[in-house]
Design a protein around this ligand. Structure first.
Ligand code: ADP
Ligand code: ZN
Length: 606
């Protein structure tokens, strides 16, 4: 058995464990089971990869993400790990070669699709092999409540019965307490040690703005902050995904659509291009993202409101896994609340389920409208306490507030006077004294609240509505086309027993938030070296048929620029350079650095 620290340094090229990694690895090496809840990008893979290498035998990883297995295995092979996979994409000759390798002890890690694992043929294969552990990745797929449910996952409890001495680790980024309990019960992991934590992703800058002119907002964001970067843009509907991708392409970006309605081959091509090429933007529904471990995603934009804080955290977590600065931008409007409410109303599921989902949506809405640190609220949601972060919109540029008591009361009484049957647009028209047809026909120019709110603009009124909805003072009735209705809790305000501070909407732009960018770590005179190292990486990646980040992450190249290692020994001290990669790629990068050193010497002696 090898020592985990030694494996961390020599195989992966990292010098220290992150968060709970070490404790998890030690538990498995001892032979105990573990249930791991860690955010996306938290470093879950090492938690089973290192024990697989440290223990005798082969580690079996169960993952529903067939399309990604090849890439995962390729990346491990570059690290010198003997890895393979078994799924329906293999020919029978390829599959039996892998099976043979397993039986003769030539594999460290084997990825298997759940539908294969539940077959008796596969089980008897595994029974003949020496196994070090089972890792059940994306373990929330066992939950019947979630949208990722896979029926094959239910049968994974048989692992415990068939292989009682092989330790098991289940991993997920879904932190919801109910899902967690369900995973533990269904996978027979109630006795397992639970590891929870490390939820903060300090390099991600969270920003939430109201949707004013979303396309313009997005364009400005991309052009000023992320012109050449890879990123994900999430939309609610398939149609909007397609339209947005098409429009971004016209604006000169490489933007590819991805949703469950596209042909499988197209989805695969787009996913592959996103992983392999640099600066590709994927425009997607939530169908995209699970298991995508591209480390250099620099931004995640939501053009529609996610349906819960958890979904938001999971989706934004796909940005900046390499630890470099990344941005999460959410644009939301009142119409999102209506749309999500309607979808919820039309969904299958009993009342308890719907009430639960409604609460989750309300919590998301609350996050959008708060004036304090966003990260604090996010982390509190996952049970972690923290101080204001300095890297969210509210910290960077503290929200201005104003006394909205009067305005709120006007709004509430106008909703009441118009019969609680109208949406925000109409109510605002009445408040502002509009003489449009709908207002006139409804006879609303004659009521007492007509024209009493001319002092605020349409947008300002919409902001008041959103905030009162977020505070639960009014409800949006999704069954009645988004009609605004009074909630009992607004009484105190109506009676004048309560005052209300509201936040003022504003747009935060790049100039207000000079997010630390990758290149800002590199001095101007080092740029030629940086570009040459990147070119070297691209050439090697193409030769090995892997994405550039599988050769080395940006952070590794930046460290090379700063430290200029010119010997193998010095190269090995760079984060992300382990024995295997040193062997494969070390010389090429050292040559690039030497070349620059010589040129510099020549330059100074002239
Ligand atoms: P998750 O599966 O939890 O979403 P990953 O396992 O893909 O996250 O890890 C995210 C990134 O962090 C990867 O690029 C990985 O190489 C890196 N990483 C993980 N653990 C460490 C560590 N101890 N030191 C440095 N980098 C790490
Ligand atoms: Zn903050």
């Amino acid at each position: 058995m090898s020592d985990p620290q030694h494996i961390l340094e020599h195989v992966f090229g990292y010098d220290s464990f992150r968060g709970p990694q070490q404790a998890i690895i030690e538990a498995l090496v001892r032979g105990d089971d573990a249930l791991v809840i860690m955010p996306t990008g938290g470093g879950k893979s090492l938690c089973y990869q290192i024990p697989s290498l440290a223990r005798e035998g082969c580690g079996v990883v169960i993952s529903p993400l067939i399309a990604l297995m090849q890439d995962q295995v390729d990346a491990l092979k570059e690290l010198g790990v003997r890895a393979g996979f078994l799924n329906s994409s293999l020919s029978s000759a390829e599959a039996s070669a892998t099976e043979q390798a397993l039986l003769s002890g030539e594999l460290d890690l084997l990825y298997i699709a759940p539908e294969r694992l539940v077959q008796s043929r596969c089980q008897s294969l595994l029974q003949q092999a020496k196994l070090s552990l089972f890792a059940i990745d994306e373990a929330h797929c066992v939950s019947q409540w979630g949208h990722d449910f896979r029926s094959d996952y239910l049968q994974l409890s048989l692992l415990h019965e068939l292989f009682p001495t092989v330790p098991r680790i289940a991993l997920t980024a879904t932190a919801d307490a109910r899902t967690q309990k369900e995973i533990a019960e269904r996978l027979q992991l109630t006795e397992a040690e639970h590891f929870l934590g490390g939820f903060d992703r300090p390099n991600i800058q969270y920003r939430i703005q109201h949707k004013d002119k979303p396309r313009q907002q997005l364009l400005q964001f991309l052009r000023t902050e992320h012109p050449q970067h890879a990123g994900i843009v999430y939309c609610l509907s398939r149609k909007k995904v397609e339209q947005t991708a098409e429009w971004l392409s016209k604006e000169g970006f490489t933007a590819l659509p991805y949703h469950a309605g596209l042909p499988a081959t197209l989805k695969q091509t787009h996913q592959r291009r996103f992983l392999r090429e640099e600066s590709v933007i994927i425009v997607a529904t939530i169908a995209f993202g699970m298991g995508i471990d591209k480390p250099d995603v620099r931004f995640v934009v939501h053009l529609d409101l996610p349906k819960s804080v958890e979904a938001y955290y999971q989706e934004t977590g796909r940005a900046g896994r390499d630890g470099d600065a990344a941005t999460a931008l959410l644009l939301y409007g009142l119409e999102d609340v209506v749309k999500l409410g309607q979808m919820l109303g039309n969904s299958d599921g009993n009342d308890v389920f719907k009430r639960h989902e409604r609460q989750r949506l309300d919590a998301m809405l609350g996050l959008c409208e708060i004036t304090s640190c966003r990260r604090q609220v996010l982390l509190r949601y996952f049970g972690e306490q923290s101080s204001p972060c300095g890297n969210c919109d509210n910290c960077i540029s503290p929200a201005e507030t104003w006394d909205g008591t009067d305005a709120s009361r006007k709004l509430l009484s106008c909703i009441y006077r118009t019969g609680q049957r109208y949406g925000a647009n109409h109510v605002i028209e009445v408040l502002r004294g509009s003489s449009n047809e709908k207002v006139m026909q409804a006879g609303h120019s004659a009521i007492s609240t007509y024209g009493i709110g001319k002092e605020l603009s349409n947008n300002e009124w919409r902001s008041v509505v959103r905030q009162l909805v977020a505070q639960g003072l009014i409800d949006v009735n999704a069954d009645a086309f988004g009609a605004l209705q009074l909630n009992d809790s607004c009484r105190a305000l109506l009676r004048g027993e309560q005052t209300l501070q509201l936040r003022r909407d504003k747009q935060i732009t790049a100039s207000a938030s000079p997010a630390k960018r990758v290149q800002s770590n590199i001095d101007e005179q080092d740029m030629p070296l940086w570009h040459d190292l990147r070119a070297c990486r691209k050439r090697l990646a193409d030769e090995h048929q892997v994405p550039p980040y599988v050769v080395f992450h940006d952070a590794t190249l930046i460290e090379m620029v700063q430290k200029r290692p010119t010997t193998k020994q010095a190269m090995l001290t760079i984060t992300g350079v382990g024995d295997s990669k040193l062997e494969r790629f070390g010389k090429d990068f050292i040559d690039v650095i030497l070349e620059h050193e010589y040129r510099q010497l020549e330059g100074t002696s002239l």
